[in-house]
Design a protein. Structure first.
Lengths: 66, 415
């Protein structure tokens, strides 16, 4: 099962935690909001992605089954 | 029943028989022109076969949208979207005012085909004469099994976006939602909701009467039918015109009285559209397939001819600031990004500094990052501006300007 990352941009408040926990898929724009690499997560990234989702203070960081 | 000459294969279709005195067509006149309301049997198949695409700007296939709402398990509702927030577009208002029954027929047919009972006609509070016309038209009608609701929503550039409109109809702020679910799955008070632009609904009413082949007699295979265009700026007779898709822009502009004076640039597709070189633009045909090659799109069909005396760069700076201010204020990249972009365009327009490298960086960062397409529309508009007004930018950086200040200020207020 391939999973991808998606951000709810309305909920996101730019905490930047996702970029710290999953730099392989998340970079920040000039205002601190996440830019997501749409490629599916590789198995070695799954755990980091789950940690990023759990850490997001506004639950804006979402993992979607592809 | 085969209806009158107004509905033969040519034009006008949507604006057939509209009165010279500027008054709305009442129900009797409407029936004499178009014939009575036909049956909704097979409507979804007919609309799908017609190839009709939404006329609100996004161009989504109308049959597909109907089918998506029909596949839901709950009783759907229908929303006729007349919240035309684009300041340089007035075609929806004009259609609602002059031919309200054609729009209402389309909404009634869609409701019948979907088994919907509640039909909302949404206008924004800047609506004037069209509000009265629709109200009168609703009083004339006797649609069995339908409950009509004439709803006035707050004005705003993003109000007509379908999730924002649903929010406004529920009495919440008119702000777009994170999707899915889209309204066709879960919309107004949780019901599957068909949100359809009013011009699209008028086309639905015509397709139900005359069939898909008749509809396809104008336009191309992928972009069939006619559409309404709002033509403004340096033309002889600014206004709303109907033209077959595929018509050369030059012919549409000729219909609007031709270019007055020397054109500077041509804005195609409204504020989410693109500036084009005036001479290159005129030879283009009104088709997304053709405009797309120039990075442009028809959108909701708003065309502005900028006079050469007006500075396109100054106009652009005004519009980008307006669009930044019209952000719903929900998504960080839109709130911060559009404000930064507006500042960058203002800086270069004022000749203070070459802010293009920063602008280009932000354009790349902003695209696709909102819950709705508002930031993407602004990105397209700014990209085309930097391209078409490149030599104007050089002039401004030398402290000069090709235009006369204050000449033709592109309106950022709804007409």
């Amino acid at each position: 099962m391939k999973r991808t990352v998606r951000v709810n941009p309305i909920a996101c408040n730019g905490s930047g935690l996702c970029a710290e926990l999953l730099p392989e898929r998340v970079t920040l724009d000039d205002w601190g909001y996440p830019i997501i690499d749409p490629r599916p997560l590789t198995p070695d990234l799954e755990e980091h992605a789950e940690r990023a989702a759990a850490a997001c203070p506004t639950l804006a960081f979402l993992l979607r089954d592809k | 029943m085969r209806a009158a000459a107004a509905t033969e294969f040519g034009l006008p279709r949507l604006l057939a028989g509209v009165r010279r005195d500027g008054l709305p067509l009442n129900l009797g006149m409407h029936h004499r022109l178009h014939g009575p309301l036909p049956s909704a049997r097979g409507l979804i198949e007919l609309v799908t076969a017609s190839g009709l695409r939404g006329r609100g700007g996004a161009g989504f296939p109308a049959g597909k949208k109907l089918a998506a709402v029909a596949s839901a398990r709950k009783r759907p509702v229908v929303v006729a979207n007349g919240a035309e927030g684009e300041p340089v577009s007035s075609k929806d208002k004009r259609l609602l005012h002059r031919a309200p029954h054609l729009v209402l027929d389309g909404a009634a047919l869609a409701a019948a085909a979907l088994g919907a009972r509640d039909v909302f006609v949404a206008l924004d509070s800047t609506a004037g004469e069209e509000l009265g016309a629709v109200g009168n038209a609703l009083e004339e009608r006797r649609d069995r099994g339908l409950r009509w609701h004439l709803s006035v929503v707050p004005p705003g550039f993003v109000t007509g976006e379908e999730t924002a409109l649903v929010a406004a109809l529920e009495g919440r702020e008119a702000k777009p939602a994170f999707t899915p679910p889209r309204p066709f799955e879960r919309g107004l008070r949780g019901a599957p909701t068909l949100v359809q632009n009013v011009e699209t609904l008028a086309d639905v009413a015509l397709v139900a009467r005359h069939g898909p082949e008749w509809f396809r007699a104008l336009g191309t295979h992928d972009e069939p039918g006619s559409a309404l265009f709002t033509v403004s700026g340096a033309v002889g007779r600014p206004g709303v015109y109907e033209a077959a898709l595929g018509t050369p822009l030059q012919a549409l502009i000729a219909q609007a009285g031709g270019v007055r004076g020397v054109p500077g640039a041509c804005l195609v597709g409204g504020f989410f559209g693109s500036w084009l070189e005036p001479f290159a633009a005129q030879s283009l045909r009104l088709l997304d397939a053709e405009l797309g090659r120039e990075g442009a799109a028809l959108g909701a069909g708003a065309i502005v001819v900028l006079p050469a005396a007006a500075c396109g760069l100054d106009q652009t700076a005004r519009v980008v600031r307006y669009l930044a201010d019209e952000s719903a204020g929900q998504c960080g990249p839109c709130v911060h990004g559009l404000a930064a972009l507006a500042g960058a365009v203002e800086t270069v327009a004022a000749g203070r500094a070459d802010s293009r490298p920063a602008a280009l960086r932000w354009l790349r960062q902003i695209r696709g990052r909102g819950a709705c397409r508002h930031p993407d529309g602004v990105v397209r508009f700014v990209e085309s501006s930097l391209d078409v007004f490149a030599s104007e930018i050089e002039l401004h950086l030398q402290g000069r300007c090709s235009g006369r200040r204050g000449e033709f200020l592109l309106t950022t207020r709804r007409a």
